[in-house]
Design a protein around this ligand. Structure first.
Ligand SMILES: O=C(O)CCC(=O)C(=O)O
Length: 217
């Protein structure tokens, strides 16, 4: 995993220990069960990265199963005053629709780990490096006031960028490894935006499972 950041003119960097190709092989072999990392703290929340919540084998099985069963569709997003198509596929599970067993298992494990009762689940499917999602924060009016958003990564490692909304911006960069969870809690959505950029080299598919807390199911 690599985390890089900028705060004003100061820069800190956790060096990548190994080139990406070695890391991907090591991931598949189940190495790299690293410790949880707090990437940023806000007044009433934080951004945390938890690697290895699901093993490499579990992540691969979940990826294959969700790819096969999810009701994938295209998505549009409001960008300033226009609705634009997001270059990725999504799948939504709306209550009271039952969740597939695999997603119930994910919700239970992540919910127990974080002590959070998640009541909204959606999936994002980045078919290759051309798929991405632009800078945004999650401010769906159905979310609880200070929501918990947990993103489980499956499949290819993709980079996530996070930045503060106010200037001078603080920016973080985090490689989202399969089986890891990126958690944004509390007032993070008020103060930070996030983004999955396109990748200009051959990149295989990634699925993220987004768990959120909504006002009422
Ligand atoms: O795929 C991801 O991990 C990011 C998803 C995301 O930013 C979103 O759906 O709001």
């Amino acid at each position: 995993m690599a985390i890089h950041g900028h705060l004003g003119r100061s820069t800190y960097r956790t060096p990548r220990a190994l080139p990406r190709v070695y890391k991907e092989v090591a991931q598949q072999l189940g190495f790299f069960a690293q410790a949880e990392l707090t990437l940023a703290r806000t007044r009433a929340g934080d951004i945390r990265y938890l690697p290895g919540v699901f093993s490499a084998i579990e992540a691969t099985r979940l990826f294959e199963r969700l790819l096969a069963i999810a009701p994938w569709s295209k998505e549009t997003m409001r960008m300033y005053d226009k609705m634009v198509e997001v270059p990725r596929l999504v799948a939504w599970y709306r209550d009271p629709e039952p969740l597939p067993a695999e997603l119930q298992m994910v919700r239970e494990r992540v919910g127990a780990l974080l002590s959070v009762k998640f009541n909204a689940v959606s999936l994002n499917y980045y078919r290759d490096g051309n798929d991405s999602v632009a800078w945004h924060s999650d401010h769906d009016e159905e979310l609880t006031a200070r929501p918990v958003v947990a993103l489980l990564s499956l499949g290819a490692i993709r980079e996530m960028l996070l930045r503060t909304k106010v200037l001078p911006r603080r920016q973080l960069r985090c490689d989202l490894e399969p089986g890891s969870i990126l958690v944004m809690r509390g007032d993070v959505q008020e103060h930070w935006e996030h983004h999955i950029p396109k990748v200009h080299r051959p990149t295989s598919a990634r699925i993220s499972v987004a768990l959120r807390t909504k006002i009422s199911p």
